[in-house]
Design a protein around this ligand. Structure first.
Ligand code: LLP
Length: 463
């Protein structure tokens, strides 16, 4: 079983036992479009290119490691979500997956809204010109200063996560002479994972207010009494890296039941329902994510049939995909440093980054793919573990993969699907400097988040 099964990891229900990896792919040079950003291909010399630029050139200009983000792919995915959900729904990109000012501008241009979950994510969004009314503010422990900043800025909604917060937001809003639009985040007793969803027992978590025991109904009662709040809807987020829609079905069923209870008790029909994010992406060729239009259709059908059964007007739906938009659009480019064949075991390939730029493998047992990017090779497949440069044996980037046996120091390798929760969860462990994010589009590359420098790091260390 998994060493460190975690709710956010892919397939935590059926992680393969140690040492049971899939056989090598038929063609080690192939780039499966499922896991690579859309404009990624190999040029006539076999070098991987993205947005028309070879990774060898990117490495030379920007150094390694680097996150390389395909802007056209990002925009296309954002647009696909927006189009799939249509005008009677809203798509809030979850900024926690990856947020930068360029990304905020792309989202605004593509007609998406934004979900932020800290005062500084909010500041980033506002500084890039995202209209405040398109921002939703999340978090299970927002400080009074963060609440004040959000209300003052005029964010479109604050998602209330606790009884204390209902009072805090109402208080701040009243003080500022505002009426703040809010949703109440409920926990529906469903936690959805890749290949499973488990009903019950998952109210045991820090987020939201449980439906169980009438707690959510009580939260609604209190919110409706407070002048500073305009209760617009109910929010539910059931998990991460989900492929199976049945968890959403149960969640929608339970949220709609609450909407019906609210109508029966208070005589009002809340106009909004947010079903959160969590839609899965392909990290390896074995993963089969759904397209946005399939997800939109399924969610619309689920909500409208539940509402019909409850004789409620169908509320305006919103969703909060993060990973599904940005995840597949970027890869991490590394240079191979050392290669250690361990007789009868595997070959350890060390790259010039590691758990500081991608903590997901160590933290969630996440699976990734990898390819030799600076050239093609006809050599035999070699079983490798791709590791980083940190002082920790758990510093693994790709646990089990195949690379050509003629791999050599100085080769460039690329790990696809690192757009989400890699840069945003990057650290300075071992005082390693965080890599840049380079956006590539139409043959042009530009840094959207620059590489950290020694001066950046030392500036914080006041001696
Ligand atoms: N909405 C809410 C309220 C959330 O809590 C999250 C993620 C999302 C939307 C976006 O979920 P997405 O569509 O990106 O799966 N660090 C973990 C993931 C943590 C997700 C936390 N909440 C990982 O690397 O897998």
């Amino acid at each position: 079983m998994s060493r460190s099964a975690h709710p956010a990891g892919p397939r935590h229900a059926d992680v393969l036992p140690e040492g049971h990896y899939s056989p090598p792919p038929a063609d080690l040079n192939a780039l499966d479009p499922k896991v690579w950003a859309r404009t990624v291909t190999r040029d006539k010399d076999g070098v991987v290119t993205v947005g028309g630029i070879a990774v060898t050139e990117l490495a030379e200009r920007f150094g390694t490691p680097a996150y390389i983000l395909d802007e056209a792919d990002f925009r296309a995915r954002a647009r696909a979500w927006r189009t799939a959900f249509g005008n009677d729904a809203d798509v809030f990109y979850a900024g926690k997956a990856f947020l930068s000012r360029a990304v905020v501008r792309w989202l605004d241009e593509e007609g998406l809204n934004l979900d932020v979950c800290s005062g500084t994510e909010l500041a980033t969004a506002l500084s890039a010109g995202m209209p405040a009314e398109k921002i939703a503010f999340h978090g299970n422990n927002k400080s009074m200063a963060e609440i004040r900043r959000a209300v003052e800025a005029g964010v479109g909604r604050i998602v209330l996560d606790s009884f204390q917060e209902i009072v805090r937001v109402a208080h701040v809003a009243q003080e500022l002479g505002r009426r703040q639009r809010v949703q109440i985040r409920v926990t529906v007793g469903v936690e959805a994972h890749t290949h499973e969803f488990i009903a019950t027992a998952h109210e045991d978590q820090k987020f939201g207010i449980p439906l169980a025991g009438g707690q959510a109904a009580e939260a609604v009662r209190r919110a409706l009494q407070l002048d500073g709040l305009e209760l617009a809807g109910i929010h539910s987020h059931i998990g991460s890296q989900i492929f199976d829609m049945s968890g959403f079905e149960v969640a929608a069923h339970r949220v709609v039941r609450l909407l019906r209870e609210i109508r029966d008790e208070h005589g009002i029909e809340l106009p909004e329902i947010d079903l959160g994010g969590g839609l899965g992406i392909a990290y390896t060729s074995d993963d089969d994510p759904r397209e946005p239009h399939e997800i939109a259709k399924a969610l619309h059908e689920i909500v409208s049939s539940e509402c019909e059964a409850a004789r409620l007007r169908t509320p305006r739906i919103s969703v909060e995909p993060g990973r599904a938009i940005v995840g597949p659009t970027a890869f991490t480019l590394y240079e191979v440093g050392t290669i250690k064949p361990l007789e009868g075991l595997r070959t350890y390939v060390s790259v010039d980054g590691g758990m500081s730029d991608n903590i997901r493998t160590a933290l969630y047992d996440a699976e990734y793919s990898i390819a030799l990017a600076s050239r093609v090779s006809d050599a035999e497949p070699m079983l490798v573990r791709v590791v980083g440069k940190h002082c920790e044996s758990g510093d693994i980037v790709v646990r089990d993969a195949f690379l050509p046996a003629d791999l050599a120091p100085g080769d460039l390798v690329a790990v696809p699907a690192t757009g989400a929760y890699c840069r945003s969860m990057a650290s300075n462990y071992n005082h390693v400097l965080r890599p840049p994010v380079v956006a590539v589009a139409d043959g042009e590359a530009r840094v959207i988040v620059r590489r950290e420098t020694e001066e950046d790091l030392l500036r914080l260390d006041v001696g």
